[in-house]
Design a protein around this ligand. Structure first.
Ligand code: SAM
Length: 334
């Protein structure tokens, strides 16, 4: 079977080569889980960028469904002789595909990149065969929730921890408006959290469903947004309750230069044991960071000390803007 995966085009030429590399690694990781050896290589057809894969056996419908989670891929074709035959799209949209995209703000992590991180963590975990189950996705430095909204779109549950009250309130306003506008059934609750016997933050929680009937039957999904310090993750969440942990570390160029024990590395080092403990065995983490602020070896060293196994990939480092060169690390628990 020969597959041709058409990639989304990108306007920014400088970003295009990096996106191709990320798409290649994302696709390789997903094919690794299918246990069918295949060579994956880029090819231009009719001026558009494709990835060509030739698994040594036909893929099942479920396996093609997993390929539908490849965020860099726009369409999947079966290549037969000179023809490209489109395979039915299997997009994992539980609720509106627009949910992660409408809220715009400075400092938002690119949605497609974040979605790739989600797919890479899924592929690196032992839960990839259960890609359509109700997985719990944690972003412990959640900002205004890009990771979590992408998780909800897939029908997963989202849990975020964020220290900035104003970011969470902006997200809360957006979520309530979104549900109201689409006339979706939902419940929203705001409550105080106790951490180590003291007031330790606020939790905003939404429970919703893709249809009124499912909502009535209790077939629901949830978004929990905790306003608090990520170093208290263990106090906020149950041990081994999270399948995938996706996060984009603060870029914080002003906080230190590469190699120094700066604020971000200090926070991550203090938070990692808690992140490890709430992650299920077999779960995976995908973390992006600015290489001008933290060195890769510093993070992989801390991850290994906590018990994570680093998943080897080709280079994923890429230019984002003048002061930001982004890289990412994938690691597994167990
Ligand atoms: C790069 S931003 C994440 C952006 C997010 N991916 C988005 O698209 O909205 C990193 C976030 O970490 C948060 N943060 C920094 N230190 C924190 C801490 N100790 N506890 C919780 N959140 C923290 C910052 O407020 C910031 O929103």
């Amino acid at each position: 079977m020969k597959l041709a995966l058409l990639l989304y085009p990108h306007q920014n030429i400088r970003y295009r080569a990096s996106l191709l590399q990320i798409a290649l690694e994302e696709t390789r990781l997903v094919f690794d889980t299918l246990e069918t050896p295949t060579d994956i290589h880029p090819e231009e057809i009719g001026g558009a960028q494709f990835l060509i894969c030739q698994p040594d056996r036909p893929l099942s419908r479920r396996e093609l469904g997993l390929l539908g989670h490849l965020s860099s891929v726009y369409m999947i074709f079966e290549a037969r002789d000179e023809a490209l035959l489109p395979l039915p799209a299997q997009r994992p949209d539980y609720i509106g595909a627009d949910l992660p995209y409408l809220l715009k703000y400075k400092g938002k992590t690119n949605e497609m990149f974040t979605d790739s991180m989600l797919t890479m963590a899924l592929a690196a975990s032992t839960f990839s065969r259960n890609y359509d189950a109700q997985l719990n996705v944690l972003d412990p430095l959640a900002g205004k929730g890009t990771t979590l909204l992408l998780a909800l779109r897939r029908g997963y549950h989202g849990i975020g921890i964020e220290i900035s009250k104003s970011s969470i309130e902006e997200l809360a306003g957006y979520m309530n408006r979104y549900f109201e506008f689409h006339r979706m059934k939902y419940k929203y609750q705001k409550s105080s959290l106790t951490v180590y016997g003291k007031n330790g933050g606020t939790q905003h929680k939404w429970v919703f469903s893709d249809s009124a009937d499912h909502f009535k039957d209790g077939d629901t999904r949830s978004l929990r947004m905790i306003c608090g310090d990520t170093r208290n993750t263990e106090a906020f969440l149950k041990t081994e309750s999270v399948h995938l942990l996706i996060t984009d570390l603060p870029y914080g160029v002003q906080m230190g230069t590469a190699g120094k024990q700066d604020g971000i590395l200090g926070t991550v080092s203090a938070a990692l044991p808690g992140w490890y403990s709430v992650l299920k065995t077999g779960g995976a983490l995908c973390m992006s960071f600015n290489t001008h602020t933290i060195r890769r070896e510093q993070l992989t060293g801390r991850l290994a000390e906590c018990g994570f196994s680093i998943v080897e990939t080709g280079s994923l480092a890429h230019w984002v803007e003048q002061a930001i060169e982004r890289d990412l690390i994938i690691a597994r628990k167990g």
